[in-house]
Ligand binder design. Structure first.
Ligand code: CUA
Length: 348
């Protein structure tokens, strides 16, 4: 995430889609206008101090004040206001028909991500990572579970507040595949600076594959999202036919290491806050871990996701991100932490 954010050129000036392209155009225009006005002011200053008397008289005349002090700012600022409002409206216009929808909820300090079917029902949950197909606009429904956060993936769109008790919309679109870093852009407490998200844009086929892979796993766990894939690609609308959410056993074969990791996860209380579809873990307070093994980062963008960082995060999350709601599980020994990490790695 950090690489994606701090690369060169800066993401705000390197749009990867039409919405961010519009924002970048506006930004460059503001830079340009600002530079122009600065030059004019410096020139006027020079005239006022050292310029010829004739020019000084003109600069102090009524005409110069009416033109430079009233007409120019009046026209330019009004035009910019209209431009800005039109641009904002195009990023946030109401959802129409079969657009792909993802609900992103700001929490202290991570992003809950829920893929929705056209009726608005949740079909898959993830955290701190959103996957989208290239070349298709995606509507984000932004919400907050606690304080005001702000969603910002500068490569893909503008910035939008996530406000408790309110749902705001923001469209994103990528015109090339890639990973695009984002951050929470509104101070939201102690770990505001460590609240990141990654947007992954896939070519259409890859996206479908990504979706189907998860579907297969959810089917083995008693959840079926195939119908939603079909309807979200434009054909149907039977969101209400969403299959019932049943949770059977883990289904998949489990070797003993996996089994003990799973058992430890359940016994240590992890399941009280985390959900893993297809298991008895059904907590809602923390990030959904059904697909944690396939995420790029841990801790909302602060660490790469691998066995070592998983162990470190479970054992000592309070050192890595002080004040976050997950306690450090330092009562577990190294073998136990590793067993849980191995099991979590397999949750893709
Ligand atoms: Cu969430 Cu700043």
């Amino acid at each position: 995430m950090i690489d994606a954010l701090w690369g060169w050129p800066p993401p705000v000036l390197d749009p990867a889609g039409p919405y961010s392209g519009k924002v970048t155009t506006l930004a460059w225009s503001l830079f340009g206008l600002g530079a122009f006005v600065t030059l004019v002011v410096v020139f006027a200053l020079w005239v006022a101090i050292k310029g010829p008397d004739k020019w000084k008289a003109k600069l102090g005349g009524e005409r110069a004040i009416l033109l430079g002090g009233v007409a120019f700012p009046g026209v330019v600022l009004t035009a910019l206001l209209v431009w800005g409002l039109t641009l904002t409206a195009s990023l946030t216009e109401p959802i129409h028909g079969d657009e792909m929808r993802i609900r992103v909820t700001g929490e202290m300090w991570w992003f809950r991500v829920q893929y929705l079917d056209p009726s608005g029902a949740v079909v898959m949950e993830d955290a701190n990572e959103i996957h989208i197909p290239v070349g298709r606009p995606v509507v984000l429904e932004l919400e907050s579970a606690d304080v005001i956060h702000s969603f910002w993936v500068p490569h893909l769109s503008g910035k939008k507040d996530m406000i408790p008790g309110r749902r705001t919309l923001l469209r994103i679109e990528a015109d090339r595949p890639g990973e695009f870093g984002g951050v929470c852009a509104e101070y939201c407490g102690r770990q505001h600076a460590l609240m990141g998200i990654v947007a992954v844009a896939h070519e259409d086929d890859d996206f479908r594959e990504w979706y189907v892979e998860r579907n297969e796993r959810l089917v083995s766990a008693g959840l079926d999202i195939t119908r939603q894939v079909e309807s979200s690609s434009g054909s149907g609308t039977q969101g209400s036919e969403r299959s019932t959410v049943t949770r059977t056993g883990a289904g998949a074969n489990t070797n003993s290491g996996q089994q003990s990791g799973r058992t430890l996860f359940m016994q240590s209380g992890c399941a009280a806050c985390h959900r893993v579809a297809g298991t008895e873990a059904n907590g809602l307070a923390g990030p959904d871990l059904t697909h944690v093994g396939s995420r790029r980062t841990l801790g909302a963008g602060i660490l790469p996701n691998n066995r070592g960082t998983l162990i470190g995060w479970i054992g000592d999350s309070q050192s890595l991100k002080p004040g976050n709601r997950m306690p450090s599980y330092d009562m577990l020994n190294a073998d136990e932490l590793e067993a849980i990490a191995i099991w979590l790695e397999q949750q893709k």
